[in-house]
Design a protein around this ligand. Sequence first.
Ligand SMILES: [Zn+2]
Length: 75
Amino acid sequence: MMRCSVCNGRGYVKLSKAEVAGRDDCPPKVLEAIDEFYACRSCGKLYWEGPKSNNAFEHFTSVFDGFGPSTGSGL
Ligand SMILES: [Zn+2]
């Protein structure tokens, strides 16, 4: 598995969506889209599976911007 980009540590703990929901460091859109998260054992940095780290949030942002109420399917 990847190394932590903050502290270069290798150990991770798996977090459930409910556990991540109680943290302050996960963008809500990511929390909605991802079910499995990991946190660095050393520094606590939060990770999730998907396109490479920082780009993941931009990817999700652009994707979810297309699903706003105003662009819904005729409701
Ligand atoms: Zn770390």
